[in-house]
Design a protein around this ligand. Structure first.
Ligand code: E4P
Length: 217
């Protein structure tokens, strides 16, 4: 499973990208607003740091302006994936961009029916929002299960990008269901590798090693 980082903070991206474990980045208008920076400059900087797909979202709601915005974002770098909302105009824009060979991430997906349409529109990625469904008492993980099942039956190439992740357990759950990608806030990458028994085990090993008086180097 690929791991994308869900942030527009370039310093955080750089600090995690040195692991070689980051396969891409997702941003959205809220994350750009949080960064306090210009969207074009920010996306350009992220694309120069990360070679995998970097999602940049259009903010127009009508087809014609979505196309204009998407073309401008796409011109920033080859690895930009245009993010469009799962609306009538967004699906139209998705089809137009994908027909032109441009990567598209269809976002704000909350149902399997929506995901089916996005795949038919040629989406590179579909972004089901798990956490926001859980927030209203629905079952976000079940949505991943429904979408992966449907895409498998029909052989769609669209990648399932589990978004709106709220916990490490969410990441494990979507991995078990075969999600192609999970996009995670930076703090969850740290939470994925941290374990108190790893810390304790290492501390014990180092204490014993010190008693030997040896040095490997
Ligand atoms: C990613 O593409 C989404 O924009 C993001 O995961 C949304 O997460 P949130 O529901 O925590 O805002």
């Amino acid at each position: 499973m690929e791991l994308f980082i869900d942030t527009a903070e370039i310093e955080e991206i750089k600090s995690l990208n040195i692991t070689g474990l980051i396969d891409g980045v997702t941003t959205n208008p809220s994350l750009i607003a949080q960064s306090g920076r210009n969207i074009i400059e920010t996306i350009a900087e992220i694309c120069s740091e990360v070679s995998g797909p970097v999602s940049a979202e259009v903010t127009a709601t009508d087809f014609d302006t979505m196309i204009k915005e998407g073309k401008k974002l796409s011109a920033i770098a080859k690895n930009v994936a245009i993010k469009v909302p799962l609306t009538f105009d967004g699906l139209r824009a998705c089809k137009a961009f994908s027909d032109d060979g441009i990567m598209v991430n269809v976002t704000l997906c909350f149902s399997a029916a929506q995901a089916l349409l996005a795949a038919k529109a040629g989406a590179t990625f579909i972004s089901p929002f798990i956490g926001r469904l859980d927030d209203i008492g629905a079952d976000g993980i079940n949505l991943i299960s429904e979408i992966t099942e449907i895409y498998e039956i029909y052989g769609f190439d669209t990648k399932v990008l589990a978004a709106s992740i709220r916990s490490v357990q969410d990441i494990v759950d979507v991995a078990k269901l075969g999600a192609d990608v999970a996009t995670i806030p930076p703090k969850f990458l740290k939470a994925m590798y941290n374990h108190p028994l790893t810390d304790k085990g290492l501390s014990d090993f180092l204490a014993d090693w010190k008693k030997t008086g040896q040095s490997i180097l």
